[in-house]
Design a protein around this ligand. Structure first.
Ligand code: SF4
Length: 342
């Protein structure tokens, strides 16, 4: 595919439809401007925010990028928005977070799930302050040594904080490239992961890595979505290989062909496996233990009784394993017969 065309089309789409998100701002206050309506002053969203991604050298704080990226792993943007603002309000810098107690961070994390991410964030802050004298590393290799920072988050920091022209390969971006260039879903292309990353890196327009990655993320979240892509309204519908190939096979568009394929796969899955409800999984019970402890330490036996009564956890052996796994993950502490957040 002609990458110049891809840049032109997606940047035009992004300028019109891109999302204004607080972690994209250099300062949260940059989101708003004060406007006078009659005699009253009100804060309104800046309408020039998206345009400014293209013209301003942002140099965002790597700390806010990592906080947002860890929150966004497995959690929807809508749920992350209020939590991000309150987290940054409470611990505005990596130094502030490094001085916080883990139990306070776990309390603040309520509602986001996957509590280990809160612990990673806390450990990351301490590592940056104690090992790197408060300065975030500037290479992918060094960033990836920080707790909780994998390849994706390291690349997000490099491009969103330091303005490097590299691809940020998340599930959205993988999906878009797999469809438009290879006509298939992510993981079904016949090239290696290394080659795939190279294709994505080569597509980054010079000097515009930041808005480019943000445009792709928004396009994947709003148009080329996982289950029901909006092919009818997609600005790439006439060049996307997946869409053209679906039409060749008699479908109206790729969304219809994907729906037909998913229907077939789901029918097979339902007959092959009986799905365990989320409320019976260890992850659910682990989350509930942390929720109870957010209100304060508990006697071990009373905690088990509450889990049994409120959440129908009746298996003592399983209860023991859950408590042990939370201890191993460093999320809880046990002193005598009292359990508390770590
Ligand atoms: S045409 Fe459909 S599959 Fe192709 S990029 Fe657009 S939304 Fe995605």
């Amino acid at each position: 595919m002609n990458t110049k065309l891809l840049h032109t089309v997606l940047f035009a789409w992004f300028r019109k439809h891109g999302r204004i998100l607080p972690w994209r701002m250099r300062e949260l206050s940059a989101l708003y401007k004060v406007k006078k309506i009659g005699k009253t002053k009100v804060s309104v969203l800046r309408d020039s925010t998206i345009a400014s991604y293209f013209t301003t050298k942002w140099n965002r704080d790597p700390y806010t990028i990592i906080v947002s990226e860890l929150m966004l792993q497995q959690t929807q943007v809508d749920r992350v928005l209020p939590k991000f603002e309150s987290f940054i309000h409470k611990w505005p810098t990596v130094h502030d977070l490094s001085k916080a107690k883990l139990s306070d961070v776990l309390i603040e994390w309520k509602g986001l799930g996957y509590n280990r991410r809160a612990k990673f964030l806390h450990e990351m802050a301490r590592a940056v302050v104690h090992t790197h004298k408060g300065n975030f590393p500037k290479t992918e290799e060094e960033l990836r040594k920080l707790p909780g920072v994998g390849e994706y988050t390291a690349r997000a920091v490099l491009t969103f904080a330091y303005g490097k022209d590299i691809g940020v390969v998340d599930t959205n971006i993988r999906r878009i490239f797999s469809r438009i260039m290879f006509g298939t879903e992510a993981g079904q292309t016949n090239i290696s992961t290394k080659e795939f990353f190279a294709v994505i890196d080569q597509s980054v327009p010079s000097g515009k890595g930041d808005p480019w990655n943000q445009a792709l993320m928004d396009f994947g979240a709003l148009v080329c979505t996982a289950k029901s892509p909006k092919c009818d309204n997609c600005p790439l519908q006439t060049v996307c290989i997946a869409n053209l190939s679906a039409q060749k096979h008699g479908f109206r568009n790729y969304a219809d062909s994907l729906a037909a394929k998913n229907k077939e796969i789901n029918a097979k899955k339902v007959s092959a496996t009986k799905k365990i409800p989320f409320e019976q999984t260890d992850r659910y019970f682990r989350g509930k233990v942390i929720d109870i402890l957010r209100d304060g330490p508990q006697h071990m036996e009373k905690l088990y009784q509450q889990m049994e009564h409120d959440y129908t956890l009746h298996d003592k052996k399983r209860w023991g394993n859950i408590i042990e796994s939370l201890m191993i993950d460093g999320l809880i502490a046990i002193r005598g017969s009292t359990v508390s957040l770590a």
